[in-house]
Design a protein around this ligand. Structure first.
Ligand SMILES: Cc1ncc(COP(=O)(O)O)c(C=O)c1O
Length: 290
């Protein structure tokens, strides 16, 4: 199952099957830590500076000291890519609070733990990618920012997992979470876009979405290829009447949505999705072979 996966743990590279972390790490005990999901293509990480910036912001919000410099993290990522049998794959970069005594007090953890996993990640089948996925709006809502800000990419994903369980139970591939005001936030591990009257719309991060790097890239590409795009507050109605809808994420790349709560999208895969997918693939190729 994990034949091609390898790990980098506090400086040591090991096959995933032999990788070990302490049961006293508060990342494991309490979800106390942060992470980034990155992709490498042609053995080079896509948009590393943006991932490092977001990692440091997530850590700063949790007062978690990332003791490695950006150069040291970049070196560790290069080392694991060099040791991986893959030239294209997914990287999970995790910074935990570290080893401490039982009890949630982070002050007992003297130094953070650094873990990197390199593996393949396939979020959907080829068929789902070409036909589009089905989604439901879940009753599980995004945690409001005064409880846990969704811009913090923390190790606690239970909110999204509860939504994903609802999607599984409904027999569809994805769940879409609303915020406490009933506005659309995002998917369980991806951002959401709709096309409406020739405009590409996505909820602002303040509506409960992670500030996705793929999302930012898609907004940038839309401008370049002449698709009007902006952030907008979206309600379930906007999803039901959308001309097209797609999801974005480092793991997902761009995934078209063909149905939401039983309402079929007018176009799937839509024209904007197809043009942006071509532009995204070209950009990745350009930036990772330069
Ligand atoms: C909750 C959530 N939203 C959105 C995304 C997409 O963000 P990015 O494009 O930076 O991968 C992720 C990625 O892991 C995520 O976990």
């Amino acid at each position: 199952m994990f034949e091609q996966a390898i790990c980098w743990i506090n400086g040591e590279i090991t096959p995933a099957a032999e990788a070990k972390v302490s049961v006293f790490d508060h990342g494991f005990l309490y979800g106390d830590g942060v992470f980034e999901g990155l992709r490498f293509y042609n053995s080079r990480v896509f948009r590393l500076p943006l991932h490092l910036k977001r990692l440091r912001r997530s850590a700063a919000a949790l007062q978690l000291n990332v003791t490695l410099s950006d150069t040291e993290i970049a070196q560790a990522l290069n080392d694991i890519i060099a040791a991986s049998p893959l030239t294209e794959g997914y990287l999970r970069l995790i910074v935990t609070r570290g080893v401490g005594v039982l009890g949630i007090n982070p002050a007992t953890c003297s130094q953070p733990g650094f873990i990197i996993i390199a593996d393949q990640l396939k979020m959907v089948s080829d068929e789902e990618r070409s036909k589009g996925v089905r989604a439901i709006i879940t009753s599980t809502r995004r945690m409001p920012p005064d409880r846990l800000d969704s811009r913090i990419k923390s190790l606690n994903y239970l909110n999204a997992i509860m939504a994903r369980m609802e999607a599984n139970f409904a027999g569809v591939e994805e769940g879409i979470l609303l915020n406490d005001r009933g506005n659309v936030a995002e998917g369980t591990a991806d951002n959401l876009f709709v096309m409406q009257d020739g405009e590409l719309l996505t909820p602002p991060a303040t509506e409960g979405a992670l500030a996705g790097i793929t999302r930012a890239t898609v907004l940038e590409l839309a401008e370049e290829i002449g698709i009007p795009a902006r952030e907008a507050i979206l309600t379930p109605y906007d999803l039901y009447i959308a001309d097209e809808c797609f999801l974005t994420g480092t793991g997902a790349k761009l995934i078209p949505v063909r149905e939401i709560d039983g309402r079929k999208m007018a176009n799937c895969p839509g024209d904007a999705y197809q043009r942006l997918t071509v532009a995204f693939t070209e950009l990745v190729e350009q930036e990772t072979t330069a």
